[in-house]
Design a binder for this molecule. Structure first.
Ligand code: SF4
Length: 345
């Protein structure tokens, strides 16, 4: 008896496991369809399987989905779930429904060792990487809670996804497999703090997974402070890797900018960003800083943000402002912690 989670298997591996149990191999396809197409997570409800086969599968895969440890819904319908992993650690995942879309924001690690100063996740340091199965569990548990599959996936939750590339890419392969969830790769975005080997891997990967880079500043000293990994992967080398990515793939990179009062929100910061972007296929996404308990940082005043945008627009650089979602349940960008704690009142 394996007792391995079903989500740790690829379809071919699951088919092998099913035939090893003495079942017909087409049973694997039926189970896969129930789970990934019809979102049924109990063998008892898989009505085209015989009772004997259902019993055998239940004995070998006792629990398809664990229960959600904690579920919260924000005023804007953003949903946050806390997932308890087999070793007791907690991770958070967020679902953001809109009229025509549903975006899932996923975690890739328990904690994070990058230490961005505006992010709550890194406060307790790094514990461990998530497995492919634990990443897929977040997706399937959100689907079960919300009742439909996502249109978009972003790896912007807890952790630096490029420090866990093997599991992240394996989870993406299952999400995009036509026999699985069948999501389009171009609907999936990996957001990195600037881990260059991950950007190089993206050049060579098939599919059209999008790349976002948490840039925040193009001044070496300021970025060292905001995103300390910059001391290892400096801005110059980062820009070279991004340029190589744009040249090789023809795809656009999104630069995320959290504008902080008196740190990176001045006009000269915007002009320097324009120079950095020259020759790159890129788009700037201004992310409003979401305050969280214990942080003394302040978001840029609206007037600074407006002037910043104007400078970029005038230089012909596409710029958007990301609407903050789920702030009242600490589900917005930079607010996830895996503590499952309530927001301070
Ligand atoms: S923003 Fe991302 S990379 Fe930076 S500390 Fe938070 S989780 Fe880690």
């Amino acid at each position: 008896m394996s007792h391995k989670s079903l989500f740790s298997y690829s379809f071919d591996e699951f088919k092998q496991a099913v035939t090893d149990l003495g079942l017909a191999s087409f049973r694997a396809k039926q189970v896969w369809e129930w789970i990934f197409k019809k979102f049924v997570f109990s063998f008892d409800e898989m009505t085209n399987l015989s009772k004997n086969d259902r019993d055998l599968l239940r004995q070998n895969f006792p629990r398809i989905l664990p229960p959600v440890k904690k579920f919260e819904k924000a005023q804007d319908d953003t949903v946050k779930i806390v997932v308890e992993l087999a070793d007791g650690h907690l991770v958070e995942a967020v679902g953001m429904p809109d009229e025509n879309s549903l975006t899932f924001c996923l975690s890739s690690q328990v904690g994070c060792n990058v230490g961005c100063i505006f992010c709550r996740t890194g406060e307790d340091g790094f514990t461990r990487n998530l497995t492919k199965e634990e990443i897929l569990l977040q997706v399937m548990m959100l689907i079960k809670k919300i009742g439909r599959k996502p249109t978009n996936i972003v790896f912007m939750g807890m952790g630096e996804p490029f420090f866990n590339r093997k599991a992240v890419f394996a989870a993406i392969d299952t999400m995009t497999d036509a026999g699985g969830l069948g999501l389009a790769t171009r609907r999936i975005t990996i957001s990195t703090s600037g881990v260059i080997p991950g950007i190089v891997d993206m050049i060579n990967r098939p599919g059209e997974v999008n790349l976002a880079v948490s840039l925040h500043s193009v001044d070496e000293q300021t970025r060292n402070r905001l995103v300390p990994i910059n001391k290892k992967y400096s801005l110059g080398r980062l820009r070279e890797a991004i340029a190589a990515y744009c040249d090789a793939t023809g795809r656009r990179v999104t630069f995320e900018m959290v504008l902080l009062k008196n740190i990176n929100d001045q006009e000269n910061d915007a002009y320097n960003l324009v120079s950095f972007c020259e020759g790159l296929i890129c788009h700037i996404n201004i992310v409003r800083f979401n305050k969280y308990p214990g942080s003394d940082l302040e978001p840029a005043p609206e007037s600074n943000e407006r002037d910043f945008r104007k400078i970029l627009k005038k230089a012909g650089i596409p710029v958007t402002v990301r609407r903050s979602r789920g702030g009242d349940i600490l589900a917005a960008c930079g607010q996830l912690s895996g503590s499952g704690n309530e927001q301070e009142k």
